[in-house]
Design a protein around this ligand. Structure first.
Ligand code: SF4
Ligand code: SF4
Length: 147
């Protein structure tokens, strides 16, 4: 367990870069393609993932160049968090922005990067690369395990 539960006392806007980065639980849910209902604005997650994701590790295989290789890859910034209503309900950034606690499987609490996989939160083993799905067919891959 993290020695200091900084996320309970330090506002998101005042976190250091390492603290901010450590909030990411490594679920990779944000690397799934999403569809938005044009009328209601409701967001639906699909089981189609970005081709640059190392699915086993649930990490970007080219993190430094992610914005160049995937123009719509999202770079989370504290000043934009209110716009990220589409983030999964389990995402630490969204949870903290909404004043909610982290789940006990979060690596900062469990002390292990594997707990996000063991709890069934990560996309490991559950997604298909967008190399193999035409964008017009994403709606056939809508999933309900991301809230
Ligand atoms: S959804 Fe949130 S916690 Fe999960 S990988 Fe993306 S930024 Fe990190
Ligand atoms: S480029 Fe990397 S961080 Fe961006 S969506 Fe793809 S795998 Fe995720």
């Amino acid at each position: 367990m993290a020695e200091s539960r900084f996320w309970e006392t330090v506002p998101l806007a005042e976190m250091s870069q390492p603290q901010w980065e450590s909030l990411c639980d490594g679920c990779a849910r944000c690397c799934l393609h999403k569809l938005e209902d044009a009328d209601s604005g409701e967001v639906f997650y699909t089981g189609v993932r970005c081709r640059y994701l190392d699915e086993q590790g649930c990490r970007c295989s080219d993190y430094e160049r992610r914005s160049q290789i995937v123009p719509n890859c999202v770079h989370l910034r504290v000043e934009d968090l209110t716009e990220y209503h589409w983030l999964p309900g389990t995402c630490a950034y969204r949870l903290l922005a909404e004043g909610k606690p982290l789940f006990d499987w979060h690596p900062l609490l469990s002390g292990s990067p594997d707990s996000v996989h063991e709890a069934g939160i990560s996309i490991r083993g559950r997604a298909i690369s967008d190399e193999f799905v035409h964008p017009d067919g994403y709606d056939e891959h809508i999933v309900h395990w991301v809230d």
